[in-house]
Structure formats: C-alpha cells, structure tokens
Design a binder for this molecule. Structure first.
Ligand code: FAD
Ligand code: UDP
Length: 395
C-alpha cells in the first residue's frame, strides 16, 4: 500500500482534500467510494430517453458568498447564470417562494406596501415577539406569523421531516430568506450558477491528477479489500467522510437521518411545469416537491418532445438507505457529542463532510470546510510534522 493519504468518500469534501494534497503537496492519495461513481450526492448523469442532465441524488444548486470557495471551484468549471426560483402550491394555487411581498399580497389578497406587510407580519408573529426561539415551529411563526407558517411551512416540514417542528432546530428554517420586496431569488448569495458542463464533468476534473488513485465500489468496512479500516488505520493517515456513527460501529447509538425516494417519470411533453422546482405545501399531497431538470439549463438545446420529472418522497432512513438529511434532535446532539470525543481520540483519522460531521452542509460549505481542514491540519502535518488529530467532528 503506497498511498500517503487515504480519503474515504469521493464527494466534494473528500475530493477537495485529495485534490489539494495531490496538487500542492505532491502526495499520493487513494480515494475510495462504495458507490460505482465519484461525486457523492452531487453526481449527475444524462437521462437516456430525454438526454437531460439529472441530479441523481436530488436537485443540486450551487451558491456561495465565500470568495475562497468561489475562486477554488472556478478552477474546475465555469458556471451558467442560472438563478434559482421556487414556487409553491397551496390549496390549488401557485405562490412564489421563499416568502416575499408577492407571496404575502397574493395570500392576503392585498396590495400592501413593504412597510404595511412588515407591520402585519409583526402583529401576526406578536405571540413570540422578543423571544429567541430555538425550535423550528416557534422560529417559523416568529419569522412570518402563524397564517403563512401554517400554509407554507407546517405541512411541508411535516412531510419533509416527519418530526414535530418543536423538536427540530430553528436553523433549518433560518436557511430560507423572508423578504419584503418582490425579489423571489431562493438564495441570498453573491455567486450562484450551475456547472456549465454538468456536475460530473466538474467532479471528474477535480479527481484528474496523476497522484490521485480512485477506487470505486470499495467499502471502507469491507475487510476483504486492502483499503479497509482494519488494514489502513494506524499505518496511513485517513480522511473519513462516511457516517460517523458507522465508523464507530454505532457504539453511541444510531444518529437519525432522513432519506428521499425519487419517483422518476418521462413524460411526452416538452414542458411539464414551466420551472425547475415546484413545492407542494399542503398535507394532502404525499410528495414534497417536483423537480423538472430541463429548466436548470435553459441555455442547452434539449429536445422538446419529452421531459423528465422527479417527485420527492421523504422518510426516515433505515440501515441500508442513503442518509440524506441529519435530523439533529436533542437525542442526536447528545450522541454526536459522544462521537466527537471518540473522533478526537482516533489517531491519524480526520472526520469531515456532511456524513462525517452530521451537519446539513451545502456544497460550498463542504468545500470550504475541506479547504480549512487541508490548511489547518493536513498541510501542517505533512510539511511540519504536526500531529494529525481531529478537532472532533466539527472541522
Ligand atoms: P457526500 O456527497 O455525501 O459524499 C460522501 C461519500 O462517501 C459518498 O459518495 C459515499 O458513497 C461515500 N461513503 C460513505 N461511506 C463509505 C464507506 N464506508 N466506504 C466508502 N465510501 C463511503 N448542496 C447545495 O449546495 N445545494 C443544493 O441544492 C443541495 N441540494 C441537496 C439535495 C439533497 C437531496 C441532498 C441530500 C443534499 C443536497 N446538498 C445541496 C448538499 C450536498 O449534497 C452536500 O453538501 C455535499 O454532497 C457534501 O459533500 P460530502 O463530500 O460531505 O458528502
Ligand atoms: N420549507 C418549508 N416550505 C417550503 C420550503 C422549505 O417548510 O416551501 C422548510 C422545510 O422544513 C425545509 C427547510 O425549510 O426542510 C429548508 O428548505 P430548503 O429548500 O433549503 O430544503 P432542501 O432544499 O435542503 O431540502
């Protein structure tokens, strides 16, 4: 085994670490992934019947305000000028999301000015004025008042998490902006766009280095192959981006995750819904949203005979399912603290990424956090002999 560094998982976190270590330090890096492809959840491929690029593990929109990350990702791809907008269906009517002046005026059948709308929402959120809500239910009501919360958040969140919003962290809802203008951009970030030639072309360019050896369909916990936990830990430094509870054999209990079932359908029409994402905010529709991927790339000359759509159904992940969203209840947070202690004590193994830190990281956050791990731990270790100890699973 000749690698200087082993990276478990070829998602954005793992590939960023591998690329930096190979390009800047000249290290030999072996990257393994148990899937048959690289890229983790950002992987995309062409749907055969339509020729349309489909994000295999759910719609992925790139956005960031981090200059360092933006400069870094532009080394591997250019970005289109796609700007993400989402619409939501409530009681058979389509509203612009996230909540903005357009949503408020349509919902209340009004013509409020920004100041009038602010005053109305402040009055409707009055029951929680001056508090600092820690859970999603109270935070949601405080942000937009009870009527809008019940129309657009309560049931969608119920379908997405199947957990009482009072038991969910407030941070989940703080991801969404609330605006008192008609601006319905979904993200607030400085930079936004989709990789011009698709996610897979971008990801392949990151891994395309003579010092990077990628081994697919290889599970770190399969002791019959050479790059396994038993064969590697202790002899070669490891960056592990799989689930942290799995690494420690669930010693502190299972962390809870949501998974998504995607129901894909090819339809004999050039346009099913006129936009890329439509949320279904009511309880009587079982799916959370419908994605129509052709609208992610209006600049491409896709054929107009057919389209492909995906309905998303969210449920608790069982062992064997893809863990997509950390649920992060009180009980999960207690277990996570125990896993952090174990991670700190694990010599020469660093834990990173969405699964390794049990954090709801967007792509730019995973890349940013990998760049920090590289600068603060990996580079000082290889250049100056600094001990390779994890800061816990909170890089
Ligand atoms: P991952 O991409 O999950 O990669 C981890 C890799 O480790 C996987 O390939 C896995 O197969 C591998 N692995 C795990 N265990 C083992 C093992 N035992 N042996 C070998 N390999 C193993 N972010 C955005 O910025 N915008 C979005 O619009 C967006 N939408 C999303 C939608 C969904 C449905 C999901 C789930 C995520 C979304 N994200 C989005 C988040 C984005 O996917 C993550 O930020 C990114 O994938 C994080 O990269 P990562 O490397 O940490 O993890
Ligand atoms: N959310 C909601 N209604 C919506 C959109 C989002 O209640 O129409 C809530 C829901 O709890 C969701 C969270 O806001 O999990 C974050 O939304 P986002 O669109 O960022 O979720 P993701 O794309 O990561 O699934």
């Amino acid at each position: 085994m000749t690698a200087d560094l082993v990276v478990v998982g070829s998602g954005f976190f793992g590939l960023t670490v591998a690329e930096r270590a190979a390009s800047e330090l000249g290290l030999k890096v072996t990257v393994i992934d148990r899937r048959h492809h690289i890229g983790g959840n950002a992987y995309s491929e062409t749907e055969e019947q339509t020729g349309i690029e489909v994000h295999r593990y759910g719609a992925h929109l790139f956005h960031t305000s981090n200059e360092k990350v933006w400069e870094y990702v532009n080394r591997f791809t250019t970005f289109t000028d796609y700007v993400h907008r989402v619409y939501g269906v409530h009681k058979g009517e389509v509203f612009p999301l996230p909540i903005n002046l357009g949503t408020i005026n349509q919902f209340f059948r009004a013509n409020y000015t920004p100041a009038e709308a602010r005053a109305l929402i402040a009055e409707q959120a009055g029951e929680l004025a001056g508090t600092d809500p820690q859970n999603l239910n109270d935070k949601g009501i405080q942000l937009i008042g009870r009527p809008l919360y019940e129309a657009f958040i309560k049931h969608y969140t119920g379908k997405q998490w199947q957990t009482d919003p009072k038991d969910l962290p407030a941070g989940i809802i703080s991801r969404l902006p609330v605006r008192y203008t008609y601006d319905n951009r979904y993200f607030n970030d400085t930079y936004e766009g989709l990789p011009t030639q698709g996610y897979t072309a971008w990801i392949e360019r990151m891994a395309d280095h003579p010092n990077i050896d990628v081994r697919l369909s290889t599970d770190f916990f399969d002791e019959s192959q050479p790059i396994s936990k038993g064969n590697v830990v202790g002899s070669v430094p490891v960056v592990y981006t799989g689930p942290v509870d799995r690494y420690f054999d669930y010693a502190e209990g299972d962390l809870s995750w949501r998974t998504i079932d995607f129901e894909e359908e090819v339809l004999p029409t050039g346009d099913f819904q006129g936009t890329s994402v439509v949320n279904y905010n009511d309880a009587d529709v079982p799916y959370t949203r419908i994605i129509e991927p052709r609208h992610f790339h209006p600049e491409r000359n896709y054929q107009t005979e057919k389209t492909v759509i995906m309905r998303e159904f969210s449920r608790f992940a069982e062992k064997g399912d893809e863990p997509y969203y950390p649920i992060n209840t009180e009980a999960d947070r207690a277990k996570l603290l125990a896993y952090r202690d174990l991670a700190k004590a694990e010599k020469d193994v660093l834990f990173g990424g969405r699964l390794g830190t049990y954090k709801y990281l967007d792509m730019h956050m995973a890349i940013g956090s990998a760049l920090s791990m590289y600068e603060n731990r990996i580079k000082p270790h290889f250049e100056g002999g600094q001990a390779l100890v994890s800061g816990g699973v909170d890089e």
